[in-house]
Design a protein around this ligand. Structure first.
Ligand code: ATP
Ligand code: MG
Length: 556
């Protein structure tokens, strides 16, 4: 078994094993570094659980650090939602909640250190000139005419930048690396700029702000992060990351490791896209159950366990690819299957009348909460002469292999009796309104009746005691095959992404509360909507239908 475990380690675990074996680090430390400029989504969940999981596996530390070095877009609302989401997913940062803005002083000192080493200089080139000097992918860049300023002059000018003596955009601090490097990120990148912006944490203390590529490795190093895991688009930035930690002479410098982002088929995860859906009021906020933000998944009824399973099944890879949304659905079904009660709810009701059942009588049937999990116990469901059943469980003229109700046919009413259809009524428009049956008292569920068999079992709710509720059925917001955007730049949306149904549920739902979830038998898993549901007007979100198109790949 042990051998197997070694083989199945992912490439990041292999790097960590090697680092620990070689003594590069005594213990590991990972972090999740969100920018507080939006809500977290399923892709972030992957990063959170990966980083937290590694810390757990290697008995190391996991930090939550807000990467709030860029003051324009950051908002306190996002900080709160991110903390909630990380916690909900089960990742525990203990007492290690940090803000990159807490390190502004240290970053300033780090920049001064580089200047003193002759590794950074203040540059007066305009943005446009700088672009010209930078060169291209095929041509080297040119040295800035300000590159050889004396250390003293650079120190003075950088201080002037900090003290607000210079206008925004007039001067920047650049690392002095190599204008001929084949990697454009290494061509004397900007590390500090002048920008008079109010920061949500430090207010107006600073009028200079560090650039991401300079700030991030310093943040990691200050916290003693060992493995700084990020996504593939930062691969070309790694040499700069390494340059920064080396020039700043940290004793156990962190190392950057890249992995592929998680993408889902037919689902857009990008923050900018989700923001647009929210801003254009196409969805009901960041937690609209059709989105894949963590808040939306939670509201829809996904559990932390289902997302943990999903991330585990996705694995960690170096190559970009899309995962089928059906795999996420598989994970929530797997998680809820044995944990949630299986209840009866009728989404598109027609009446069923049992002609030979005594008028005005109600019997309380004993119904198992989950046939596959006896520990879940049982409940009482009232049964009487009038019930509701699903419209499509009756057909006037059934096709072949239709085993549900049709004139003359007998079916089992789940947890109750066999009934045989004797007649039906229609309205003026020709829609069936009522199905009449007779029942056989001998066939009561649990009575051990074996006299004859039926091929169909249908569910029902008692007409008098059933509770009216709302069910919301969801489909993907977009159809990727048709493109995310229309030619005019508008969003190409699926008009059927939300269907609202008035339905009837068993009275046992009386005390359902926000986030409670259930299986509606034969239909799917549903969750009480946390925003709109009220005790006397329940609203259920369909998390996922019962049908599955997903099969777990066979182990190789
Ligand atoms: P988006 O691409 O949605 O705008 P972002 O990368 O700008 O997200 P950050 O707050 O900067 O969002 O991300 C925090 C962390 O989450 C980073 O380490 C980033 O690499 C990781 N991350 C973001 N998107 C994904 C994804 N789709 N899959 C895996 N990790 C991701
Ligand atoms: Mg980002």
């Amino acid at each position: 078994m042990e051998n197997n475990e070694v083989v199945s380690k992912n490439f990041i675990e292999q790097i960590i094993d090697k680092d620990l074996a070689e003594g590069s680090y005594d213990a590991i430390c990972t972090r999740f570094p969100p920018e507080p400029n939006g809500y977290l989504h399923i892709g972030h969940a992957k990063s959170i659980l990966l980083n937290y999981g590694l810390a757990q596996e290697y008995k190391g530390r996991f930090n939550l650090r807000f990467d709030d070095t860029n003051p324009t877009k950051e908002r306190t609302e996002f900080v709160q939602s991110i903390e909630n989401d990380v916690k909900w997913l089960g990742a525990d940062w203990e007492d290690r909640l940090y803000f990159a803005s807490e390190y502004f002083d240290a970053m300033y000192e780090a920049a001064v250190k580089l200047i003193k080493k002759g590794k950074a200089f203040v540059c007066d080139l305009s943005a446009e000139e700088m672009r010209e000097y930078r060169g291209t992918l095929t041509e080297p860049g040119k040295n800035s005419p300000y590159r050889d300023r004396s250390i003293e002059e650079n120190l003075q000018l950088f201080e002037d930048m900090k003290d607000g003596k210079l206008e925004d955009g007039t001067k920047v601090l650049r690392a002095k690396i190599d204008m001929a490097s084949p990697n454009i990120n290494m061509r004397d990148p900007i590390i500090y700029r002048v920008a008079r912006m109010t920061h949500h944490n430090t207010g107006d203390k600073w009028c200079i702000y560090p650039m991401y590529d300079f700030a991030h490795p310093i943040e990691d190093a200050i916290e003693g992060v060992t493995h700084s895991i990020c996504t593939l688009e930062f691969e070309d930035h790694r040499p700069l990351y390494e340059w920064v930690v080396q020039e700043l002479e940290y004793t156990h410098p962190p190392k950057q490791i890249e992995f592929a982002k998680l993408y889902l088929t037919n689902v857009v995860t990008g923050k900018r896209y989700i923001k647009r859906l929210v801003d254009e009021k196409i969805v009901d906020g960041w937690d609209d159950p059709r989105l894949v933000t963590i808040a939306a998944l939670r509201r829809r009824g996904f559990t932390p366990e289902s997302i943990q399973l999903f991330v585990k099944l996705c694995g960690v890879s170096k190559a970009n690819s899309s995962v089928d949304y059906a795999m996420l659905e598989y994970c929530i079904r797997e998680d809820l299957k044995l944990k949630r009660p299986r209840m009866m709810a009728v989404l598109d009701p027609i009446k069923l009348v049992i002609d030979n059942y005594p008028e005005g009588e109600t019997e309380m049937l004993d119904v198992a909460n989950n046939l596959e999990n006896e520990e879940m116990g049982s409940r009482k469901v009232p049964f009487g002469k009038e019930l509701y059943i699903e419209r499509d469980d009756f057909m006037e003229e059934p096709p072949r292999k239709y085993f549900r109700l049709f004139p003359g046919n007998e079916v089992r009413l789940m947890h109750a009796y066999f009934v045989r259809c004797v007649s039906f009524e229609k309205d003026d428009a020709g829609n069936v309104t009522t199905v009449h049956c007779t029942y056989d008292p001998e066939t009561k569920a649990g009575s051990g009746f074996t006299g004859r068999k039926v091929k169909g079992t249908i569910h029902w709710v008692p007409a008098n005691e059933a509770v009216k509720a709302t069910a919301r059925l969801y489909e993907n917001l977009i159809d990727e095959e048709k493109g995310v955007y229309n030619e005019d730049g508008s969003l190409n949306l699926n008009p059927n992404s939300l269907t609202v149904k008035e339905c009837f549920v068993e009275p046992s739902f009386a005390d359902a509360k926000a986030y409670d979830s259930y299986q509606f038998v034969r239909n799917g898993y549903y969750c009480v909507d946390a925003k709109d549901s009220k005790p006397d007007a329940l609203v259920f979100n369909r998390i996922v239908s019962m049908k599955s198109s997903f099969k777990l790949p066979k182990p190789e």
